[in-house]
Design a protein around this ligand. Structure first.
Ligand SMILES: NC(=O)c1ccc[n+]([C@@H]2O[C@H](COP(=O)([O-])OP(=O)(O)OC[C@H]3O[C@@H](n4cnc5c(N)ncnc54)[C@H](OP(=O)(O)O)[C@@H]3O)[C@@H](O)[C@H]2O)c1
Length: 242
């Protein structure tokens, strides 16, 4: 099996899908279930997983968008956060959380951020969060219409009665049951979604969504790319060019 979920590239053969050879595209492949990885110089994917790449971004920048962007987009859809509602994002400086913060602001939500380190505070503030804290105890009790939890924080006291709580941290296990307080909960799983990618592309091109590349490696240096990722401490994405 080939690894990799994200891609940004150029269409070689669109078949009868309407995609034209030479078109710049992005895609997310659900690699774990399909085995169709994207870390290759030629990738075959169903058209429903593919969308136009943002015109305002390089392919390296665009490659940082699909998996974290769709995870953020689909989880915000599940949370159904309306303009003016209060949303808490736990892990708001991470890959998914950083995009969720910007998308939620573009949808008109008021967003607070829980981050892990002081250096992440400025990022969350600069991208529109109101309260930014590294201390889970500083969050207002039952103050949030919705909570988007990216690392298994399980700050259950923060969500308002009747609210919504979504985790994406599959490995942290299920979200505690809060049905007695009328809170809906889920562990959301990302799905292939070309239509969602098209919406994300529009947000990038309108300037509402900024993409973060830490560094770009050629295929010959893919071991160095992995080693740098394993060092940790990254706020941005590593990309590999094939
Ligand atoms: N369910 C799905 O479909 C789906 C899809 C995509 C990703 N995921 C999972 O979702 C998680 C997040 O993905 P990601 O790509 O956004 O990862 P990421 O870029 O590492 O972001 C996680 C963020 O959470 C922060 N964090 C971790 N522990 C914290 C703590 N105790 N207090 C405050 N902040 C904390 C991290 O800070 P540091 O940098 O300081 O550690 C980081 O900023 C991963 O576990 C990933 O496997 C699930």
């Amino acid at each position: 099996m080939t690894l990799g979920w994200d891609l940004a590239g150029i269409v070689v053969d669109g078949g009868s899908t309407g995609l034209r050879a030479g078109e710049r595209v992005i895609a997310m492949s659900h690699q774990l279930s399909s085995g169709r990885g994207t870390w290759a110089d030629l990738v075959s994917l169903p058209a429903h997983a593919v969308a136009a790449a943002p015109r305002s971004a390089s392919l390296a920048e665009a490659a940082t968008l699909p998996l974290p962007g769709l995870t953020a987009w689909q989880t915000l859809d599940w949370l159904a956060v309306k303009a003016g509602e209060r949303l808490l994002i736990a892990g708001a400086a991470g890959a998914v959380g950083g995009l969720a913060l910007q998308i939620a602001r573009a949808r008109g939500a008021r967003v607070d951020a829980l981050v892990s380190r002081d250096v992440q505070v400025a990022f969350a503030r600069d991208h529109g969060a109101d309260l930014v804290t590294t201390d889970g105890h500083a969050l207002e009790d039952r103050g949030y219409d919705a909570v988007f939890d990216t690392f298994g924080a399980f700050v259950m006291e923060a969500v308002a009665d009747g609210g919504r709580y979504a985790s994406i941290a599959t490995q942290a296990g299920p979200v505690p049951d809060l049905s007695s307080r009328g809170v809906r909960t889920t562990v959301n799983q990302v799905r292939e979604d070309g239509a969602g990618l098209n919406e994300l592309t529009k947000l990038v091109d309108s300037g509402s969504l900024q993409l973060r590349v830490h560094s770009t490696y050629g295929l010959q240096r893919i071991q160095a790319a992995h080693a740098r990722f394993l060092q940790g401490g990254l706020a941005e994405k590593i990309t590999v060019v094939f």
